[in-house]
Design a protein around this ligand. Structure first.
Ligand SMILES: N[C@@H](CCC(=O)N[C@@H](CS)C(=O)NCC(=O)O)C(=O)O
Length: 231
């Protein structure tokens, strides 16, 4: 079977930093699928396929193109049902929607302003102006202004981690004894931050930090490899 191509966001020094692409890389490994990554800067997204894809990740599986991490995960589950399940069955797939909405709405978007300036510092040069301008348009403030007060914001973030902390105090992964897509979708945020920012979202001793390290070890430590920050 030909390898699946994963169009993967790339920063300076070949940093593969996209939180959403980091949901799909372990999902492909989980399914035991042969894949290769195609490093793509933000400004290279319009050149993918027929030019209609707004964001990464995008995969090409033979003649099939799929965009959006949630859609890709569902596609992999439906297309490769004989491989290990990403969700642990249909009830797990439904519950993963809750994890996804909670994580994006309350957590991932809450982290973003804290680290945008650090991300900017580690982008490929051709992306930097585009990134600063597009984020200013989106948030109404410069990336430097958005980073102000991030220490206090991090305290609030760690408080918001409490449901995750409680759960991970009693089991190694959100999926139970082994990781599932729910782990990958949460873990993507931590990998994104670790690749681009020295600003530690979690501290040693926190069960969430222990879980993050278990996730970083998965699939021969695929998310540990390459440049980044070790927190
Ligand atoms: N809903 C999409 C969101 C993906 C997304 O926001 N990807 C970012 C990289 S992590 C991106 O490509 N951004 C392009 C942009 O901001 O224009 C998904 O789940 O895949």
């Amino acid at each position: 079977m030909a390898a699946i191509a994963l169009y993967d966001l790339v920063g300076a020094d070949d940093r593969r930093f996209s939180s959403h692409c980091w949901r799909i890389r372990p999902a492909l490994a989980h399914k035991g699928l042969n894949f290769e990554t195609v490093p793509t800067p933000f400004t290279g997204i319009p050149a993918i396929g027929d030019g209609s894809f707004p964001t990464l990740p995008v995969i090409r599986d033979g003649e099939t193109w799929v965009c959006d991490s949630g859609v890709i995960a569902a596609y992999l589950e439906a297309t490769y049902p004989d491989r290990p399940s990403l969700f642990g069955g249909s009830a797990g797939q439904a519950l993963t929607q809750f994890v996804s909405h909670w994580w994006r709405g309350r957590m991932h978007l809450f982290v973003m302003p804290m680290i945008l300036q650090d991300i900017h510092s580690h982008l490929v040069p051709e992306d930097q102006d585009w990134f600063a301008e597009s984020r200013k348009k989106r948030f109404g403030k410069s990336i430097a202004e958005l980073a102000e007060g991030r220490e206090e914001r991090r305290v609030e973030f760690r408080t918001r981690l409490e449901p995750l902390r409680q759960m991970l105090g009693g089991q190694p992964f959100l999926g139970g004894e082994t990781a599932l897509y729910a782990d990958y979708l949460v873990m993507g945020t931590f990998i994104w931050a670790r690749k681009m920012s020295p600003f530690a979202l979690v501290e040693a001793g926190d069960p969430v930090h222990d879980w993050m390290n278990r996730c970083l070890d998965l699939y021969d430590g695929m998310a540990r490899s390459g440049p980044g920050f070790d927190w």
